[in-house]
Structure formats: structure tokens, C-alpha cells
Design a protein around this ligand. Structure first.
Ligand code: AMP
Length: 113
């Protein structure tokens, strides 16, 4: 299996502005930011999309959700950020390696478009 784009970023084969990493995940600035803060938080494990995660990924998924607020806080937004996960091309997923969008720094509408 060839590596996903985000695996290549995790492995530093493709450049990105990495803002956080640990043994399970890597976070880097989005190349086309949709807000003053727009970061991709990705597991090192290449899960294609959330719906393909397995019960054995439970701790990893929890780790992502517990790590995202720390990254938002480090960017200056401890209590005002939005997380988004696109699951499937029909709702806008373009990179098929699970990733959590961390967005902050401007008002966000609800419901999202
Ligand atoms: P999604 O549409 O939910 O799959 O989100 C994919 C995100 O990855 C988009 O916000 C892209 O701007 C972002 N992206 C694509 N390529 C790169 C890259 N090389 N470095 C950083 N972000 C990227």
C-alpha cells in the first residue's frame, strides 16, 4: 500500500508546518486555511475515514479528542474552537486519511454549510 498524503507529512517526506506531535498523532497547519487557525490533527495510523475506524481504535480516537483542545489552546483559543471531521467524498472529504479539522479565530455559523 502506498502512503497517504498525511502519512508522508507525518513521516516528514512532504513538508508541513507541524505544530504538535506525539507517538500517536501529528498536527500541522492546513495548506488552504479556512480560518486564522486551521490545523489538521491526524493519527499516525492511516485510517481512511472515521466510519472505517474499529473498536481497537477507541483509545486512539479518544486521544485525538483530548489532544485537539490542547492544540487549540496552544494557538490562543482555549475555549473557542470548532472541530470538524468530513466522512466521505459526498460531504467534502478529499484526503482519505482520517483527520480532525481544528478551526478558530473567527465567528462560525451554525448550521455549517
Ligand atoms: P478534507 O476535505 O476534510 O479531506 O480536508 C483535507 C484538508 O487537507 C483540506 O483542508 C486541505 O486544505 C488540507 N491539505 C491538503 N493537502 C495538504 C498539505 N499538503 N498540507 C496541509 N494541508 C493539506
Amino acid at each position: 500500500m502506498s502512503k497517504t498524503l498525511f502519512e508522508k507529512i507525518c513521516d516528514r517526506e512532504i513538508p508541513a508546518e507541524i505544530v504538535y506531535e506525539d507517538e500517536l498523532c501529528v498536527a500541522f497547519k492546513d495548506i488552504h486555511p479556512q480560518a486564522p487557525v486551521h490545523i489538521q490533527l491526524v493519527p499516525r495510523k492511516a485510517i481512511t475515514m472515521l466510519s472505517n475506524a474499529e473498536s481497537s481504535d477507541q483509545a486512539l480516537l479518544g486521544h485525538l479528542l483530548l489532544t485537539a483542545p490542547k492544540i487549540a489552546a496552544a494557538q490562543g483559543y482555549p475555549d473557542a474552537f470548532r472541530l470538524a471531521i468530513n466522512n466521505g467524498a459526498a460531504v467534502g472529504q478529499s484526503v482519505f486519511h482520517l483527520h480532525v479539522h481544528i478551526l478558530a479565530g473567527r465567528p462560525f455559523k451554525w448550521p455549517p454549510g
